[in-house]
Design a protein around this ligand. Structure first.
Ligand SMILES: NC(=O)c1ccc[n+]([C@@H]2O[C@H](COP(=O)([O-])OP(=O)(O)OC[C@H]3O[C@@H](n4cnc5c(N)ncnc54)[C@H](OP(=O)(O)O)[C@@H]3O)[C@@H](O)[C@H]2O)c1
Length: 271
C-alpha cells in the first residue's frame, strides 16, 4: 500500500509521521507533497518520506491520497488531481467543511473518507471522527481506521452531519478545555500563586481528573458528587457555576461551533 499525503503542514505531517511509526506501511511507501520550497527542503532531509512537488510524479501510484491542505486550497488541488487519478483510489480528506459530494464531483473519484481530527493528534492522543462514502468497502474501512488510529483514536460516524457535530465537541473541544484552564490559572494568580505554581496546580488537576474518569465507569456528575460534600468548598464552587448557568453556556458554545461547521460546509470552496 502506498499513501500520498498532500500538504506537509501541522496535520499532514502528524498523520505522515503517525503512519510511518506504526509499521502499517513499509518504509518509503509514504509520499508527501507540498508546494512550499521550505517544507520540501525539510522533507527531503527526512528519511521517512519521499518528497514531491508535482502531483504527476506521485498521485498515479498512490492507493490512498490523504488531503491536508487548508479548505481554500481544496478546489485547486482537486482540479489538478482529477486527470491523474484512477478508479479505486481512496481519498481521505481532513479539510474542515469540504463535503464528500464536492470531493467526488471535483476529483471524479467515488471512494471518499471525510475525517475530522483534533490537535492532540500531534502527540498521538487525538480523536478523529470519520465518515465514508458507500463505495468504500468494509476491508478498506478497516485499513483506514488503522491509519487514522496512528494518531490516537478514531470513531466512525454514520453521516456528515456528525462530522460537523463532532467538530463542535472533539474538534474545537481542546480549546474549551484550555479556556477552562486559563480561567482557573487566572484565579490562582489572583489568590497570590506564582505563574509557575498556578500552571502546575491547574495542569495536574486536569490530568488527575481525566485519569480518574478514564479508569472508571462513573459519570462526571457522580464524580462531582464524590468531590463535593454538603456545605463544603467544592459545593460552593459548583453552586456558583450552576447559579451562573455555566453548564448551559458551555453547551451553547459547543452548538455555536457545530453551527459554524455546518455554515462553512455550505460556503463555496475557493481556489
Ligand atoms: N490544525 C488542526 O487542529 C485541524 C483540525 C481539524 C482539521 N484540520 C484541517 O487540516 C487541514 C490542514 O490544516 P493544518 O493546520 O495542517 O494547515 P497548514 O499547517 O497550513 O498545512 C497545509 C500545508 O499545505 C500546503 N499547501 C498549500 N497549498 C498546497 C497545494 N496546492 N498542494 C500541496 N500543498 C499545499 C501549505 O503550504 P503553504 O504554507 O506554503 O501554504 C502547508 O504546508 C485544514 O484543511 C484544516 O481544516 C486541522
Amino acid at each position: 500500500m502506498k499513501i500520498l499525503v498532500i500538504g506537509a503542514g501541522n496535520m499532514g505531517l502528524t498523520y505522515a509521521e503517525g503512519m510511518s511509526k506504526s509499521k502499517l506501511l513499509k518504509k518509503r511507501n509514504i509520499m508527501v507533497l507540498d508546494t512550499s520550497e521550505e517544507k520540501l527542503e525539510e522533507l527531503r532531509e527526512n528519511p521517512q518520506f519521499d518528497a514531491f512537488d508535482d502531483l504527476k510524479n506521485c498521485a498515479p501510484q498512490a492507493d490512498i491520497i490523504f488531503i491536508a491542505v487548508k479548505p481554500y486550497h481544496a478546489e485547486g488541488v482537486f482540479k489538478k488531481l482529477n486527470p491523474l487519478v484512477k478508479p479505486g483510489q481512496i481519498i481521505i480528506s481532513i479539510m474542515a467543511g469540504v463535503t464528500i459530494d464536492t470531493i467526488q464531483h471535483l476529483t471524479g473519484l467515488t471512494k471518499i473518507v471525510r475525517a475530522m481530527p483534533n490537535l492532540p493528534a500531534s502527540i498521538g492522543r487525538g480523536l478523529t471522527s470519520f465518515v465514508a462514502s458507500n463505495e468504500v468497502t468494509r476491508i478498506e474501512l478497516l485499513t483506514i481506521e488503522s491509519l487514522l488510529d496512528t494518531t490516537g483514536k478514531s470513531i466512525q460516524v454514520s453521516n456528515e452531519n456528525f462530522i460537523d457535530a463532532s467538530t463542535g465537541i472533539s474538534g474545537s473541544g481542546p480549546a474549551y478545555v484550555f479556556y477552562f484552564m486559563q480561567s482557573m490559572m487566572e484565579a490562582a494568580l489572583k489568590m497570590g500563586f506564582t505563574p509557575n505554581v498556578s500552571k502546575v496546580l491547574v495542569a495536574q488537576t486536569f490530568t488527575g481528573a481525566i485519569e480518574l474518569f478514564n479508569q472508571n465507569e462513573l459519570s462526571p456528575n457522580s464524580w462531582m458528587d464524590k468531590v463535593a460534600s454538603k456545605g463544603g468548598t467544592t459545593r460552593a464552587a459548583l453552586d456558583s457555576m450552576e447559579n451562573n448557568n455555566v453548564g448551559e453556556l458551555i453547551k451553547e458554545a459547543a452548538f455555536a461551533a457545530f453551527e459554524r461547521a455546518v455554515e462553512l460546509g455550505k460556503e463555496k470552496v475557493h481556489v
